[in-house]
Ligand binder design. Structure first.
Ligand code: HAM
Length: 431
């Protein structure tokens, strides 16, 4: 048997309803904030990611899945922002009224060391807002992420924010960083040695334990922010305070992707082990310009679906029951099976989830199966039911039997039964 690759996961039917629920909640909340869905390809030209994510990042240097095609080099998207912005530019979305607010649900691919919550193929729910420069846009995007996580039962996920400034305020900072790392240059990993000249801030984000130790007391960007970047960050913090959104300013957040400017943020969950960042994002005001479009402010976030579902399970989130069968029609004999198939077909066309016997099971095994699929009602078609056209629909929970006429409008009878039971259940709940 050929087995699944490491770093990839199957989502089986017993689990897929959980994904559907999370995806639906995310889409609903996105709608509340005025975001519309966008879909874009799984692969792009490699150059897109090199230019946007950045050639000195771990993602580009070590983690991309790249295929050399006949005409070009292609890469499976390691994240969504680059492809989303490419689509925005290519399809002229900037000509429409701004801001454009977009969300996506995607698979993404990174060749990382596989561990719990870190996969080669993973999934993101992402949101991007294009055309808004004000700190209130940052606050709105962060509030959206907060509400989303809260509604997924992850209100204990902590928000960490930082500002990593703009290219202007970074010049002085880069000089300070180079000064700081220079005495230990030889002890840094080979990748970081090459980063020292080009992009010393990336060293702060290196996964190597030795480099992390060397970077421990490195100067912080927040001390080098220009007046505009500082004012932007101060206003964002004041807005978050006003919205009652708790945060911690975490100067260690630099993010692993090069396109960020000013605000960066992450939501951290303590319940899922080392890969604890369940959502990350920030502002990227220079990216569209770098990609050949007009310079346009933008920002967004992406939530890791696998990590969020792990955290929801750890928090004991009630996913409810997967949708079950409304009615199971058991039958004995060929003529009865024939009738059951026709009744099932008619009831499905009326919107009921109906199952009937397809595997030649005996009566006892059919009863077992009806219980297993958690059928809410049972209809048995035997010889006498077939002959008289009279049968009973049994409520599997209460055992109550409701007489029905198979030749009249079974769907209506079933609907009446179903609705009557619903009302009972709802009244019962209210008590
Ligand atoms: P990111 O922080 O690289 O940001 O990824 C976002 C989230 O995806 C992470 O917080 C994590 O939950 C999940 N994730 C990342 N890598 C893996 C992996 N190998 N296995 C499982 N989950 C993973 C971005 O991707 C940016 N595009 C976010 C953004 C949107 N910034 C602005 N707009």
């Amino acid at each position: 048997m050929i087995t699944r690759n490491k770093g990839a996961e199957d989502v089986m039917p017993g689990e897929s309803y959980i994904w559907q629920r999370v995806e639906q909640m995310a889409a609903d909340i996105a709608g509340l904030y005025g975001f519309r869905e966008i879909r874009f390809p799984t692969f792009e030209k490699t150059e897109l990611f090199v230019r946007s994510v950045g050639e000195t990042t771990d993602v580009v240097q070590k983690e991309m899945w790249t295929v050399k095609g006949r005409e070009s080099s292609y890469t499976l998207r390691p994240e969504g922002t680059a492809g989303c912005m490419r689509a925005v530019l290519q399809n002229g979305l900037l000509n429409e009224s701004l801001p454009q607010k977009l969300w996506y649900q995607i698979s993404a691919f990174r060749h990382e060391n596989v561990q719990k919550g870190r996969l080669w193929e993973f999934h993101q729910f992402g949101a991007e807002m294009v055309g808004a420069a004000a700190p209130s846009a940052d606050a709105e995007v962060i509030a959206f992420a907060r509400v989303l996580l809260d509604s997924l039962g992850l209100d204990d996920a902590k928000l960490h924010i930082n500002s990593i400034g703009c290219p202007e305020c970074r010049q002085a900072y880069y000089d300070k960083l180079r000064e700081y790392f220079e005495p230990n240059k030889d002890k840094l990993c080979a990748t970081c040695q090459s980063r020292l000249d080009k992009n010393p801030m990336r060293i702060l984000d290196c996964k190597s334990a030795e480099d992390k130790a060397i970077a421990k007391d490195a100067p912080m960007i927040t001390d080098y922010l220009c007046d505009e970047c500082r004012a932007h960050f101060d206003e964002l913090k004041a807005l978050l305070d006003g919205m009652g959104i708790a945060y911690e300013v975490d100067q260690k957040i630099v993010r692993g992707l090069d396109y960020y400017t000013r605000t960066v943020f992450e939501f951290i969950s303590d319940s899922i082990g080392a890969q604890s960042t369940i959502l990350g994002g920030g502002r990227y005001d220079k990216l569209l310009g770098q990609m050949g479009g007009p310079e346009t402010p933008a920002l967004g976030f992406a939530m890791g679906m696998e990590r969020v579902i792990l955290a929801m399970k750890a928090a004991g989130f009630d996913f409810g029951e997967p949708s079950t069968c409304d009615l199971y029609i058991a039958s004995m004999g060929d003529a009865e099976g024939h009738k059951a198939a026709i009744l099932a077909d008619a009831l499905r066309k009326d919107g009921f989830r109906v199952e009937t016997e397809l595997c030649g099971r005996g009566f006892k095994a059919q009863m077992k199966y009806a219980n297993k699929i958690r059928a809410k009602y049972l209809l048995v078609i035997g010889g006498s039911e077939l002959e008289t056209g009279k049968a009973n629909i049994k409520n599997m929970k209460t055992g109550e039997q409701i007489p029905v006429d198979l030749e009249k409008d079974l769907a209506q009878a079933f609907m009446d039964t179903y609705v009557a039971d619903r009302i009972d259940i709802e009244c019962g709940d209210a008590e």
